[in-house]
Ligand binder design. Structure first.
Ligand code: GSH
Length: 214
């Protein structure tokens, strides 16, 4: 089998997939580059086709897009012990998948609205718009913190990492680092959670392999 290829765009959600590949102990090739003027280089888009957004995973003949879908694919195919994601039908699976989806469809959706406002409305009343949009991000982070406080360990479901953490770490780090709707209050528990994720050996290895920096 040819090695798994991860198409990795610098400073992006692609880190989720490199981290998961490290967690699963899989061999993989990193193919990618930094952005050129906020966009992925054309050669990357040409190689994978489709929408031209990254990460993209190539596993032999199988091409998978959308980081959440790639995460689920990798678990279903390579996590036969169900360490990162429980089996189909197990109620715990859906408690975990809730976060896999929320990472994109809630946390990134709400925070990107603020970033896009900054980028696209330079002459408008960005501050007032940001303040309104920040309410969603604040609710998201408050919910995350309250769920986190229910766990006895440092990750979302205890001391063992799962696929929810591999998805949520980037969303939260992105929100905190780009200061998207977080200025009204401090989020020490969220910061500590992100640090805990980044202190895992597999995250560090993924960063080293890919040159990732947010
Ligand atoms: N929902 C998608 C989002 C993918 C996405 O928007 N990727 C951005 C970077 S984080 C991208 O590839 N941008 C490059 C471009 O627009 O040229 C996922 O989770 O994979």
């Amino acid at each position: 089998m040819p090695p798994i290829i991860v198409y990795f765009l610098g400073a992006s959600r692609s880190i989720r997939i490199a981290w998961l590949l490290e967690e699963l102990g899989l061999e993989y090739e990193v193919r990618g580059a930094e952005r050129e003027g906020n966009k992925a280089p054309q050669w990357m888009k040409d190689e994978v086709g489709g929408l031209g957004k990254f990460p993209v995973l190539k596993d032999g003949e199988v091409l998978v897009t959308e980081s959440g879908c790639i995460a689920e694919y990798l678990c279903d195919k390579y996590d036969s012990a169900h360490r990162l994601l429980p089996a189909i039908g197990d109620p715990e699976r859906y408690r975990i998948l809730q976060w896999v989806h929320a990472a994109e469809a809630t946390f990134m959706l709400h925070s990107l609205a603020i970033l896009y406002t900054r980028w696209n409305q330079p002459d408008g009343d960005v501050k007032a718009t940001e303040k309104n949009l920040a309410m969603n991000v604040e609710k998201d982070l408050a919910f995350f913190q309250s769920e986190l406080s229910k766990t006895p360990g440092k990750f979302l479901f205890g001391d063992d990492l799962c696929v929810a953490d591999a998805m949520m770490e980037f969303s939260l780090d992105f929100i905190l680092t780009r200061e998207l709707g977080v200025k009204a209050q401090e989020w020490p528990e969220v910061e500590q959670y992100v640090r805990g994720c980044q202190e895992t050996g597999t995250w560090a290895k993924a960063r080293e392999r890919t040159g990732y920096k947010l």
